[in-house]
Design a protein around this ligand. Structure first.
Ligand code: SAM
Ligand code: DTB
Ligand code: SF4
Length: 320
């Protein structure tokens, strides 16, 4: 679909990444303006529909049962409660509702409830997104038929570094689910996390993988690690903010038509750093005071930031 038919090499991406900061940002801003309104920001809202107790051992996560993170596990939320939360999110300006579950993969017995959530949120006139772990082709089809617009499934880091962060599944598993989702006709949301002790090369390599998928993801979340006490990465070294901005700019240049989301970690960022990320081509955020289990800037703070920067919410294109 949006693929321009060019394969992006790691070497070329690295040359772009290492341009002078001003040249890199200028180029990213040119690409951004060629494809998007530079002042419009897409707003998504997250809800954890099933929290904690996850079988996977992702070293960054508060919800893995493998680490003593002091998070209480809960069962899958009732459909009606999910819909009530979605109505609140819509009233707060969100146009996409993203439902996340701490699963390795959904069980077939969960599918009816998940389908009802997608149908209910869509009936409100919001875009729907889910992130539930690995999906089979059949599960992907069912969610697509229910009207699921997006599926989030991050590659998180480079293929090389992946096994240092997660041992209970492989990078290849991740790509397989992305292919199942794509084949079912669902739009793909896939990105990663910076600040897990990875090298700059790992970050570039992650973006090259995403840009070279058969079709690049429509949405690319770039998360700054939120260090979780008790998790394996509780004390990971923080990311140089200009390196973070460089990755946002590279994502914009390599995936010109994708929405690049400045995702987790905004509570730890100054307005100035967020402004630089928007200038570098980020054009989507999570709104609302919680992500899945951690804090996010509250609505007043984001409204003030939008006013300071002259940004506006991106209007929702008509739902098909
Ligand atoms: N269980 C599903 C999965 O792993 O695909 C969905 C939920 S999982 C929490 C979604 C994504 O959130 C992860 O892939 C990761 O990129 C991001 N994430 C999780 N914990 C994070 C943290 N502490 N800081 C930044 N990003 C995080
Ligand atoms: C993504 O890339 N970031 C979101 C979403 N996809 C599901 C999740 C961020 C989670 C941050 C940690 C937490 O709240 O537990
Ligand atoms: Fe489970 Fe997802 Fe957290 Fe990994 S990132 S432990 S799969 S909830």
């Amino acid at each position: 679909m949006q693929r321009d038919g060019v394969t992006i090499s790691f070497e070329k991406a690295k040359i772009i990444y290492n341009l002078s900061f001003n040249d890199l940002l200028f180029r990213a801003q040119q690409v951004h303006r060629a494809h998007f309104d530079p002042n419009a920001i897409q707003m998504s809202r997250l809800l954890s529909i099933k929290t904690g107790g996850c079988a996977e051992d992702c070293g960054y996560c508060s919800q893995s049962a493998h680490y003593p993170t002091s998070l209480k596990a809960s069962k899958l939320m009732e459909v009606e409660r999910v819909l009530a939360e979605a109505r609140n999110a819509q009233a707060g300006g969100a146009t996409r509702y993203c439902m996340g579950a701490a699963w390795r993969n959904p069980k077939d017995r969960d599918m009816d409830a998940l389908v009802a959530m997608v149908e209910g949120v869509r009936a409100l006139g919001m875009e729907t997104c889910m992130t539930l772990g690995m999906l089979t082709p059949e599960q992907s089809e069912r969610l697509a038929d229910a009207g699921l617009d997006y599926y989030n499934h991050n590659v998180d880091t480079s293929e090389r570094y992946y096994k240092e962060i997660i041992t209970t599944r492989t990078f290849e598993d991740r790509l397989e689910t992305l292919a199942n989702v794509r084949d079912a006709g669902i739009k793909v949301c896939a990105g990663g996390i910076l600040g897990m002790g990875e090298t700059v090369e790992d970050r570039i390599s992650m973006l090259v993988t995403l840009a070279n998928l058969p079709a690049p993801p429509e949405s690319v979340p770039i998360n700054m690690l939120i260090p979780i006490p008790g998790s394996k990465l509780a004390d990971a070294p923080s990311v140089d903010p200009t390196d973070f901005v460089r990755i946002v700019a590279l994502a914009r240049i390599l995936m010109p038509r994708s929405h690049v989301r400045l995702s987790a970690g905004r509570t730890g960022m100054s307005d100035e750093l967020q402004a630089l990320c928007f200038f570098a081509g980020a054009n989507s955020i999570f709104v609302g005071d919680t992500l899945l289990t951690t804090d996010n800037p509250d609505e007043d703070q984001d409204a003030a930031l939008f006013r300071r920067l002259g940004l506006k919410p991106m209007a929702l294109e008509r739902l098909p």
